[in-house]
Design a protein around this ligand. Structure first.
Ligand SMILES: NC(=O)C1=CN([C@@H]2O[C@H](COP(=O)(O)OP(=O)(O)OC[C@H]3O[C@@H](n4cnc5c(N)ncnc54)[C@H](OP(=O)(O)O)[C@@H]3O)[C@@H](O)[C@H]2O)C=CC1
Ligand SMILES: N[C@@H](CC=O)C(=O)O
Length: 411
């Protein structure tokens, strides 16, 4: 079977090497000779010394002079990836992609094209790197109504937060390390601002709840505004900070968000460190399930792509059941009673304390002053996020201060 491999970066090179490594066992197990026939890249000069340089090209028109049985896309971004996928699907050629930006944005239209051309589009690697999650969700858990999904689902930000917490290194230095390790997107804005995690959450949620959810409709907050004092506060309370993606089917709509949260040291997420991801799903029949593993990097991601490839090799042509009709109501605020940590800056300490005790019941409040700045951390319990924000806005207005609120996530 002849493969067109689009892209030869972190993921594409991993796919190539894993196919080479498994070629014989695939031949033995499935009687198919699977090989990469041609590779599309941007800058051909980078590959001059590669042993298979003769199969590299930087021209899509040149690439498609060959006939292929499968296309694997690891270029990233929306265009030209969309046009290339559309080309293959319209020719009835199955496509595998790791591109969550493209699936979250254009998945419905690409799946329509795949269906009407009697072929398939697979994207296991687009969520959770090496963790098998989309296939279990669609196949093994098909007898469940999915009630909620939570996840640490961006390797780059989890790596940064882990390094800041464990090794006391700066946000900038930790981001640089994540880039060197190949975890970050070519533009890491989508990692650190939470867009990547949100796209993955929306892919999971659209499949899980069988609803059409647009990733741009849900509230997103990344980690670029996290301060050293927020991490110091985590140490002082025996908390960890995580960029959490979570959603819930509320019956009358969906609540979903990506935001930095604190978790306690007993949380299931507390030990999910570095580039590891974890997804917890709750189904009405099965209860809670946790999936964990490496969520980014060369071979973990290539492993997920090989899984999709071997399904196609075995003719297990299952179409991902991605839902894209019936738009859904979105709840904007965290709906449950919960503990929150509030970071307050620029206020007069005495006045702030008085206002806080006036607004929130005193026995639920815990105040701590940061040792190195005028920042005050307040821990309190609120009935829901909307009422919390009303009270905090009032305090910020009266005390002329700024605040940032963090959920203490309880899974
Ligand atoms: N890195 C990771 O851990 C994971 C990444 N993904 C996804 O996998 C995809 C690839 O990521 P990654 O491998 O990290 O990215 P890289 O930036 O490492 O690699 C991208 C590759 O695509 C090639 N390329 C880019 N644009 C074009 C173009 N217009 N035409 C032809 N070739 C092009 C580049 O060519 P050249 O080499 O010449 O520059 C490079 O070989 C993305 O969608 C990403 O979101 C998914 C899960 C994990
Ligand atoms: N940039 C992504 C790569 C995998 O999806 C991440 O850090 O998780």
């Amino acid at each position: 079977m002849k493969i067109a491999l689009l892209g030869y970066g972190t993921v594409g090179s991993g796919v190539y090497e894993l196919i080479e490594k498994n070629n014989e066992s695939i031949q033995e197990n499935f009687s198919k000779d699977v090989r990469v026939e041609r590779i599309l890249v941007n800058n051909l000069n980078k590959y001059k010394t590669h042993k298979a340089f003769n199969i590299f090209t930087n021209s899509f028109d040149e690439l498609i002079k060959e006939d292929f049985d499968i296309a694997i896309e690891t270029i990233g971004g929306i265009y030209p990836a969309y046009d290339y996928l559309e080309y293959f699907l319209k020719k009835g050629i199955p496509v595998i992609t790791a591109n969550k930006d493209l699936i979250a944005e254009k998945g419905p239209s690409l799946l329509e094209i795949a269906k009407s051309n009697n072929t398939i589009l697979s994207f296991e690697a687009s969520v959770g790197g090496g963790i098998p999650i989309l296939k279990p969700l669609q196949e093994c858990l098909a007898g469940n109504t999915i009630k909620n999904i939570s996840a640490v689902i961006n390797g780059t930000t989890n790596y940064i937060l882990t390094k800041m917490f464990n090794d006391d290194i700066s946000y900038e230095a930790a981001l640089e390390l994540a880039q060197e390790m190949g975890f970050a997107e070519s533009d890491p804005t989508s990692d650190v601002e939470g867009y990547d995690a949100m796209r993955k959450l929306v892919i999971l949620s659209s499949i899980g709840y069988k609803k059409n959810i647009k990733w741009t409709d849900l509230p997103i907050e990344g980690i670029s505004n996290i301060l050293k004092s927020d991490i110091d506060y985590a140490h002082s309370e025996n908390y960890r900070m995580k960029l959490m993606a979570f959603s819930e089917d509320m019956g009358d709509g969906i609540y979903g968000t990506v935001r930095p949260v604190y978790v306690t040291s007993q949380s299931k997420y507390a030990k999910i460190d570095n580039e590891y991801n974890a997804v917890i799903l709750e189904g009405d029949a099965v209860g809670e399930l946790m999936f964990t593993g490496k969520g980014a990097g060369k071979f973990p991601t290539a492993s997920a792509i090989l899984g999709d490839l071997l399904d196609i090799v075995q003719n297990k042509k299952k179409h991902p059941s991605y839902h894209y009709q019936d738009s859904v109501h979105i709840h904007q605020y965290y709906p449950r009673k919960s503990k929150w940590v509030i970071r307050l800056t620029n206020g007069k300490l005495h006045e702030l304390t008085r206002l806080l005790f006036e607004s929130f019941s005193s026995n639920a409040i815990k105040l701590s002053k940061d040792a190195n700045s005028d920042i005050l951390y307040v821990q309190l319990v609120a009935e829901n996020e909307e009422t919390l924000l009303q009270q905090l806005n009032q305090i910020a207005h009266t005390a002329n201060c700024k605040y940032k609120h963090f959920l203490v996530f309880d899974k």
